[in-house]
Design a binder for this molecule. Structure first.
Ligand code: G6P
Length: 610
């Protein structure tokens, strides 16, 4: 949430900072700003309300130049989106600060600093950091010492970068709760909240750890831990495609990422299913030892990742014979929960940085979970570093705020987890082989599903004038209905709810009329006859149905029902197969409604504040 980029170089860094902001815009996009120090030690700042493009236009009209600079794209927490609340914030025309996170004691610090004569221009919590650094600098040897004293007074979460126009050779950065990564160049160094921002300039990164403060200059990076002791944070080369920030031939990232799913799944499977069997190394060193002892699984996640966990619960209990619970991270972290013996904590996260999920993992360790696994898409992220073992989805960078390929690759990882746990719980070799074979059939099956795009585009017309929609599913398709409803809400702003179809008569039936389209996910499976009865309940009350079903399910289109023919697939992978038509439906509805598909209002891709 919010994006940070900073650079210290000999060359002019403004273009590097702006390119970084464009690449981070998916993290927050209500305002953006940049500050640079020029060769005469003068500080210049430009900020704009709205997208990074607004900032780009402002800089075209009035260019800034300088070799040291910081930039920020904002997702508002304290203070409405506005130019004055946009970062960087400035104190006394010398100190400039960008910040991700929330300073919880900002009110007390604000009052204290006002008492010292500081005048606040914005409503943000961040501005307290700016003035506090300026104040501490009066009694410190250098900017590093001033920032070290400042962060000791901050409560809450921060990833922050500070610069001083009187010291243009250094950026001081500090991390607690919000990720920061240092990028190493030749005679120039960088800082960002996410490696994506820096891929055009470097592939060599090191992640700061909780409590770290670092001084970044052109030729040197000095890192200090929470106690101020010098520490090393290993630098690693990453192997990510530079073009992952590019839409290519597609109109939106979301469409590109939807169509990338067969490849993303192929990449996620590669080398993990060998000769028809699961390679346990997919879960990292020590995984099999952990899996052997596990008697219960607790899954924790947020948003779309939570829905993949919900599907996994059906798989783990039915196929792997292990009890499994799933909870939203923001609930789990604030209640006292019971820890069954030999429990494995599984977090699921695209970004690996979601604040609530990370806090839940840390809490779980405190309350007695002995082992933790993360299913994650970002190597080196906080959840990966803090979990005992990790399954990396190989979805590639996901830029669209609405998650698509991250979700389906998570499901692939969770199905592999089902096999990994199942083999210690009596799952037959034959069953294991069947699941692996179904997984291997997925990429080709998804290509068939994507061929439905144009018919789903036509169908989307029916939804454009609607204000509400109801999604129905049963069994492992119920979470898919939830995911379908979330996608529609997120990008088309149509209110959508999902119900387990058996619950219809306990409330939602009262909502049914011609203005409430009902979308049903209905592969032929053991529950199909039950689902058909639910469909009839809706039909009898004048509801309009849109049924995604395979030919074996035997639905027929008529005046009250449109049937969209989904290719027949194995039961086990049906949740993945049925996800894609719902992603496409919400995409095309959003296109007709003219909403901002990749950056829907009020949302952000990586939610690093609670
Ligand atoms: C945000 C994103 C969602 C995502 C959720 C959890 O709300 O917009 O797409 O599902 O965060 O994120 P994570 O990175 O933990 O999967």
């Amino acid at each position: 949430m919010c994006g940070i980029v900073g650079a210290v170089a000999q060359r002019d860094v403004t273009d590097i900072l702006v390119e970084g902001l464009k690449r981070l815009e998916y993290r927050g996009y209500d305002s953006a700003g940049v500050a640079v120090i020029n060769n005469n030690n003068e500080l210049f700042t430009t900020k704009r309300l709205g997208k990074v493009q607004e900032l780009v236009q402002a800089l075209e009209q009035q260019p800034l130049s300088g070799g040291t600079g910081i930039a920020h794209t904002r997702w508002a927490t304290h203070g409405a989106p506005s130019e004055v609340n946009a970062h960087p914030h400035i104190s006394s025309n010398t100190i400039a600060v960008v910040h991700n996170g929330i300073i919880e004691n900002h009110q007390a610090l604000r009052t204290q600093l006002q008492g010292l004569g500081y005048e606040f221009l914005s409503q943000t919590d961040t501005e307290v950091i700016t003035h506090l650094v300026h104040h501490e600098l009066k009694t410190s040897d250098n900017l590093l010492a001033a920032v070290q004293k400042t962060v000791k007074q901050l409560e809450g979460a921060y990833g922050t970068v500070v610069m001083d126009s009187r010291d243009k050779d250094n950026l001081i950065v500090a991390r607690s709760g919000s990720p920061l990564v240092i990028g190493y160049g030749l005679g120039e160094n960088f800082i960002a909240s996410d490696i994506m921002a820096l891929l055009p300039v470097t592939r060599k990164f090191s992640y700061l750890e909780e409590g770290d403060v670092a001084q970044i200059s052109r030729f040197e990076v000095k890192i200090f831990d929470i106690d101020g002791k010098p520490v090393e944070r290993a630098a690693k080369e990453v192997n990510v495609s530079h073009d992952s920030g590019d839409k290519g031939e597609y109109r939106h990232f979301m469409l590109k990422e939807t169509f990338e799913q067969p490849t993303a799944i192929r990449n996620t499977l590669e080398g993990r299913i060998v000769a028809g069997a699961l390679d346990i190394n997919a879960f990292g060193e020590g995984a099999d030892e952990i899996f052997k002892q596990v008697k219960h699984i607790q899954i924790i996640a947020c948003g779309t990742s939570y829905h993949s966990g919900m599907v996994a619960r059906y798989w783990l209990e039915e196929l792997a014979g292990i009890s499994c619970n799933i909870e939203i991270a923001s609930e789990f972290r604030y209640r006292k929960s019971f820890v069954p013996k030999n429990s494995l904590l599984v977090t699921i996260s695209q970004s690996g940085e979601t604040a609530d999920t990370l806090a839940a993992l840390r809490l779980a360790k405190e309350i007695g979970y002995k082992s933790s696994l993360v299913i994650c898409n970002v190597a080196g992220s906080s959840l990966v570093r803090e979990s005992d073992i990790a399954f990396m989805t190989k979805a590639g960078a996901e830029i669209g705020v609405a998650s698509t390929k991250a979700f389906t690759t998570q499901l692939v990882g969770l199905l592999m987890l089902t096999v990994a746990i199942g083999q210690h719980n009596g799952m037959s070799k034959e069953k294991q082989g069947e699941i692996c074979q179904s997984l291997m059939s997925l990429p080709a099956k998804l290509d068939e599903v994507l061929a439905l795009a144009s018919s789903i585009e036509e169908l989307a017309e029916d939804f454009a004038d609607k204000n509400h929609a109801l999604f129905l599913g049963r069994g492992d398709q119920y979470p898919i209905a939830m995911e379908g409803a979330l996608k529609l809400k997120e990008i088309s702003y149509i209110h959508a709810e999902a119900y387990a179809a058996g619950e219809l008569k306990h409330g939602p039936l009262a909502l049914i009329d011609a203005e409430m389209p009902v979308i049903v996910v209905a592969p032929k499976n053991d529950l199909i006859e039950k689902l058909k009865s639910n469909v009839e309940e809706v039909r009898a009350r004048g509801g309009l149905m849109y049924v995604f079903a395979d030919s074996d399910a035997n639905f027929a289109s008529d005046d009250t029902m449109k049937v969209i023919d989904v290719p027949v697939c194995d039961d086990i992978i049906a949740p993945i197969v049925y996800t894609l038509p719902l992603q496409l439906l919400s995409y095309y509805v959003a296109i007709i409604k003219g909403t901002d598909v990749d950056q829907p209002r009020n949302l952000a891709k990586s939610v690093t504040v609670e």
